[in-house]
Write a protein that binds this ligand. Sequence first.
Ligand code: PGA
Length: 250
Amino acid sequence: MVANWKMNNTLGQSVVLAQEISNRFNSGYEDKVDVVICPPYIGIKPVKTVFDFDKCKISLGAQNVFYEKSGAYTGEISVEMLSELGCMYCIVGHSERREYFGETNNDVNRKAKALISGKIKPIICVGESLYVRENADPQAFVLAQIDAAFAGMDAFEAKECCIAYEPVWAIGTGRTATPEVAGEMCRSIRVKIAELFGDDIASNMRILYGGSVNVGNIDALIAQEDIDGALIGNASLQADSFASLFKACL
Ligand code: PGA
């Protein structure tokens, strides 16, 4: 279960929320569900400090990274910098980054490869817009995003990745894909990964669903065979609702 806090929570608010989440994550859960929190960059270290102090086995992730190692890239953060903060995961290609910051499929591919070489697991986001869902072939669109994101990777690199299928029309809108629609797309993604890298890699890959996941729909989503977890925005900003989401996986 991955919490994407997006551009929410100041430093102080991040620490408070991390403490509330830590209080709800009992030691018995850690073998049953992998939980990842992705705060804004400035919250990563303080949130990790809270979890380390509590010996809470929740991992940290970032919401973005730049693929170059260092240099004159004002405003950017490198893989090594994230690694130094204790990040184990990083979201790449979120639809908000694609839409507002011009992130391309090629950027996603370069970022994913840079993360893997720095031993951070990319959470690669794919998903079609409402226009594509209503007027074109959403499956072909999403599988083309998968092809592009994994271009030039070998099986050893691919096995480090997770995928999040997030239909753009369902993000932050309160509109969720039905469990069947979400499950079917996740199935197609897994078949595609099997074609590219073999059955073993495909069956072990974590494929998440994201887009208005909440306490009311998590059970039906997670019951789908090819949905292994969720990438959660809004519902991850309150400790109680996020806790009921990760408890749904137990
Ligand atoms: P949402 O966001 O749960 O608020 O729809 C999901 C995401 O963007 O990852």
